[in-house]
Design a protein around this ligand. Structure first.
Ligand code: GBH
Length: 471
């Protein structure tokens, strides 16, 4: 059912696990700033220490080996490598840390997948406008090239940006993630635009300068729910579903995989809302110029998908006079009562939605190789090591992925569980636990304990993979 070389992985990100926020010359990132502001994060928690993976990496490696993973997805912290965001000053201790992580993984026969940007922009670059400023494009490219040069002899799978849609919307529209700006209806589109350009420029650099020698693959991780119309026979619901898909998956996938430009549905929704509200001037959704220095189309060597949940969609209430992304999108999301919610409130558990989304991706984006770069199940409230619901979730989900491969012919190349460890879950702090290993944040040693779901995942990997070297 799963190809022999299928990637069985788990994922983490730098800010969520590393801690060491001021260690050894690391510069501050926008999350270091954000968590210091009152009311941003559950109980004013922060990632200053988190899982302390900066010091306890070898413990993480033991967890990785205990699961029998073939792949591990981590992110590197831009400000740990380049404290002011530029290559003028390189923090050698940061380089040494990631060199050790990568070398240790390879020595254990685990392939690293490395994300360059998982939401932790160096504060120094935010101070110059961050993702709203076009200058970020070449700054990101320099950073990416620095990483290709430094680690690319050993890292063969790269993700430039994790979830640009979330960065743009949560960071600049809703203000619930760093940098915490609320500039509805405009900033998110500009940020998304610069993220696409930055991604494309880094991909072109890899393609022309590193690929021949390093032979790796580069993509961006696109998050999307699966959406389906609440009333399949109702034209308004069907149209709203298409808009919702366009504003989530399509926003970033369409330019990269289909046309080099945004989905037409998205642009016309934005422009017609502008017109309705008498917003004059050029489109709030920027355009790519004809002679873009780094064209967007074709800048992904595989499709990287983060999938968590599904939504039923009905026509919006015509969100009226608001200039914002949700009213541009004009779609109302509802939950099917049969979908359980057992952890964080947004995560309705719908494993079969993943299969449908994979089929949609195959059909819409010309059958790309797909890595599921994140998928997981959360726990809230009292710690439950015997997490039977999560066990069921992983076995159901992996079954659906198997069907997508076998029955729908989707070219799925790998699956990464989110997450290896309980960690700093952004605005929810440590109150939401996604780990295959529990981390005891009240214990100074931050001890890691495998959940039952971790044991089950290890068994599934062993079964599907026929590996015999799992400890
Ligand atoms: C991923 O985001 C991230 O890549 C990862 O870092 C994170 O730990 C993981 O998922 C689990 O959350 O609070 O109702 O406004 C997934 C996309 C974006 C989905 C934020 C939930 C907040 C919804 N997430 N969103 S709400």
């Amino acid at each position: 059912m799963f190809p022999r070389d299928f990637a069985w992985g788990a994922a983490t990100s730098a800010y969520q696990i590393e801690g060491g926020w001021q260690a050894d010359g690391k510069g501050p990132s926008i999350w270091d700033t954000f968590v210091q502001q009152k009311g941003r994060v559950f109980e004013e928690q922060n990632g200053n220490v988190a899982c302390n993976s900066y010091q306890l990496w070898e413990k993480d490696l033991e967890c990785i080996q205990q699961l029998g993973l073939t792949h591990y997805r981590l992110s590197v912290s831009w400000a740990r490598l380049l404290p002011d965001g530029t290559t003028q000053h390189v923090n050698q201790k940061g380089v040494a840390y990631y060199n050790k992580v990568i070398n240790d993984l390879l020595a254990c026969n685990v392939s690293p997948m490395v994300t360059l940007y998982h939401w932790d922009l160096p504060q120094a670059l935010q101070d110059q406008g961050g993702w709203k400023s076009e200058s970020i494009v070449s700054l990101f490219d320099s950073y990416a090239q620095f990483c290709f040069q430094t680690f690319g002899d050993r890292v063969k799978l790269w993700i430039t940006i994790n979830e640009p849609q979330v960065c743009a919307k949560c960071g600049y529209e809703d203000g619930i993630h760093a940098p915490g700006l609320k500039e509805p209806g405009t900033a998110a589109y500009l940020v998304g635009h610069n993220m696409l350009r930055a991604h494309a420029k880094a991909w072109h650099s890899y393609d022309s300068l590193y690929r021949a020698e390093q032979r790796g693959a580069v993509s961006l991780a696109i998050n999307s729910d699966w959406f389906e119309p609440l009333r399949p026979g109702c034209n308004e619901d069907v149209a709203a579903t298409e808009r919702d898909l366009a504003f989530t998956l399509g926003w970033f996938a369409w330019p990269v995989f289909v046309t080099g430009d945004y989905p037409q549905i998205m642009r016309s929704a934005i422009d017609s809302q502008s017109q309705k509200l008498g917003y004059s001037g050029s489109s709030r959704l920027p355009s790519f110029s004809k002679d873009e220095p780094a064209p967007i189309f074709g800048t992904a060597d595989f499709f990287a998908l983060n999938y968590y949940t599904s939504r039923k969609v009905k026509a919006g209430e015509g969100c009226g006079q608001m200039l914002c992304l949700n009213s541009d999108r004009d779609a109302e999301e509802v939950l099917d009562p049969s979908w359980p919610i057992c952890g964080v409130s947004w995560l309705a558990v719908v494993p079969h939605g993943l299969r449908k989304l994979l089929k949609y991706i195959k059909d819409t984006f010309n059958n790309p190789a797909v890595y599921i770069t994140e998928n997981g199940f959360s726990q809230v409230g009292p710690r439950q090591i015997d997490d039977v619901q999560r066990c069921e979730f992983y076995s159901d989900t992996i079954m659906e992925v198997g069907k997508a491969i076998e029955e729908d012919g989707v070219n799925v190349r790998g699956y990464f569980a989110w997450s290896l460890l309980d960690n700093f879950e952004w605005a929810d702090g440590f109150s939401v636990r996604f780990g295959l290993f529990h981390v005891d944040f009240s214990d100074a040693k931050l001890s890691r304990t495998i959940y039952r779901s971790g044991l089950e995942y290890a068994k599934m990997i062993m079964k599907y993979k026929g590996r015999h070297d799992v400890k």
